[in-house]
Design a protein around this ligand. Structure first.
Ligand SMILES: Cc1ncc(COP(=O)(O)O)c(C=O)c1O
Length: 373
């Protein structure tokens, strides 16, 4: 039977993700538009964003926080280009994005002393293999397989290498061990439901020490430049962005962060995302033809809910047809898994998604599956 109740919000994309509940463009502060980002007011708004970001994510006070152009990819590459080189590097590569950072290190920077710990989609790299005297590059949460690193206990507090982490699809949805991190890159367009094109880079004091004690042998594009003549460029981390940002996107991000605070901050955000994971787990448990790509519940992401059809897990035809039918019915947009991952349907379960909308979607997925089989 074709269901009658539709999800109130059909936006289940994994990025840009759904806007926060109650979002409206009318609610954004537009006083900075048409003005310079270097004007006192422009800088004040960017600093306000950085302060809110620190507050909501509970970033340690001695870490430096910058707004970056080019979203997570740019923030991550600025860190790789500026920090890597003096030590061997261990890459944890268990998803599509992890592979991109390996490419940067091995093909572009041509690092010689590297180890790559891979995993098949749905599995996690061997964390115990990481050497604390090496730098390590990793993605905390695989947006493309739904596998997530469960905690930071495996990272030595006494490490001498730096930990460089792409935390894009993890932050705002799950606890995160900042004290085990040295450089963290993320976008606004995932957990926050913010606009694309902008992101953040967070550096620990140890990362700053590296910037001031080591100069990479390769050219560094201006947009990646975090240090000059052996000095950390602190201005970038105090609201003086490298180049011109969109102040409209800044205001949208401030709006999302104020919403985070209004609902109770990080614990409330994590609870909302966990409720989404639980709802899908409960449904999957009673639905014999579907399963998580991430088999181990302890490694399951609460944001990237990647599901595979058990009848034919190596074939894209069914996920493609189901996603297209859900889209056509207007009940769920953008639910096809990442094309370079395993065949899957993917629902975003971050905190901006209402559990009620997810629950209303399950009968539609059942209907689509039975209609297409
Ligand atoms: C884990 C991860 N890293 C990096 C990116 C790239 O993000 P952006 O397009 O914001 O640079 C994504 C986007 O989906 C992602 O999921």
């Amino acid at each position: 039977m074709r269901p009658t109740l539709k999800p109130e919000n059909p936006c289940f994309s994994s990025g840009p993700t759904s806007k926060r509940p109650g979002w409206s463009v009318e609610l954004l502060n537009t006083a900075s538009l048409g003005r310079s980002h270097r004007s006192p007011y422009g800088v004040e708004r960017i600093r306000h964003l950085i302060t809110l970001m620190r507050d909501v994510l509970d970033i340690p006070q001695d870490y430096h926080v910058a707004m970056m152009p080019g979203s997570c990819t740019h923030a991550m590459e600025a860190a790789l280009w500026s920090l890597l080189g003096p030590k061997p590097v261990d890459f944890l590569s268990f998803d599509v994005f992890g592979k991109l950072w390996v490419h940067d290190g091995v093909q572009e920077l041509k690092l010689k002393n590297t180890r790559v710990f891979e995993a098949t989609p749905g599995e996690l790299s061997d964390l115990s293999a990481v050497d604390p005297s090496h730098d390590v590059v990793l993605t905390w949460n695989s947006t493309t397989t739904g596998v997530c690193i469960p905690n930071g206990d495996w990272i030595a507090s006494s490490r001498t290498g730096l930990v460089i982490c792409d935390a894009t699809s993890a932050l705002f949805a799950m606890p995160f061990p900042w004290e085990k991190m040295d450089a963290v890159a993320f976008s606004w367009q995932k957990g926050l439901g913010g606009e694309a094109g902008h992101g953040m880079l967070v550096l620990s004091p140890r990362a700053v020490e590296r910037l001031e004690s080591y100069t990479p042998p390769w050219p560094i594009p201006r947009l990646f430049l975090l240090a000059q003549e052996g000095k950390f460029i602190k201005d970038i981390f105090e609201g003086m962005t490298i180049n011109t940002p969109s102040l409209l996107c800044v205001e949208d991000c401030i709006d999302a962060l104020l919403w985070c605070k209004s609902i109770g901050g990080l614990p409330a955000l994590v609870a909302r995302s966990n409720a989404n994971l639980k709802a899908v787990e409960t449904w999957v448990a009673v639905t014999p033809w579907i399963d998580f790509l991430a088999h181990d519940p302890a490694l399951r992401s609460s944001t990237a809910l990647c599901l595979s059809f058990k009848d034919d897990p190596k074939n894209w035809d069914l996920p493609k047809a189901v996603a297209a039918l859900l889209d056509k019915e207007g009940v769920a947009y953008d639910t096809l898994g990442h094309i370079r991952s395993a065949p899957s349907l993917r629902l975003w379960g971050g905190p901006t998604v209402e559990t009620a909308s997810l629950k209303a979607l399950f009968p539609w997925i059942e209907w689509a599956y039975k209609t297409l089989k």
